[in-house]
Design a protein around this ligand. Sequence first.
Ligand code: MLT
Length: 209
Amino acid sequence: MTDATSFVYRFEKAGRADAPPLLLLHGTGGDETDLLQLGAMISPGSALLSPRGRVLEHGMPRFFRRLAEGVFDEQDVRKRALELGEFVEGARRRHGIAAPVAVGFSNGANIAAALLLTKPEVLAGAVLMRAMVPLSDPPKARLDGKPVLILSGQADPIVPPGNAARLSAMLADAGAKVILRTLPSGHQLSQADVNLARDWIAGVDARVA
Ligand code: MLT
């Protein structure tokens, strides 16, 4: 599917009314199909909304521009986060779903964090896997107890040490209910990520939206 904001995306209907819809956000070079299986594993029966990032880096889809690895074009981050927020709101109306819980990996986790900081009302919560601080000077967001799970890798060569803890503090300062877990892994996801995300989502009330 392609919507009015020109995101190519996949939508899978909910199989269970009490499962929160998920907004799946892939990493650099991924696409709208990448996280469908992960979404079904961590929250069976959830509606799945999965857009493809609209920025191309040497042909690889991403959700915002970067100047170098780990160095973000923050103006673009802000613009793209708002654009993604509009996409989600349009998709909610079209498909009749509640505000989703974002499940993002790497670049997808970073745009999810940016969305929480710029347009928090779009999301019911977020699972941020291998995320970094997306904006050095974010707007004053009010996250009002939104649940956020950050899963970071102890030996992640892409996310600098301490960065996930900074992101956690930034979101908690804005009022989010953050859990940060550091796993003995690198940038890639492991079974531990799946298990932790699944257990955490099971505790998120679909009606928080
Ligand atoms: C990013 O650019 O968002 C991060 O460096 C993660 C990545 O996509 O490699």
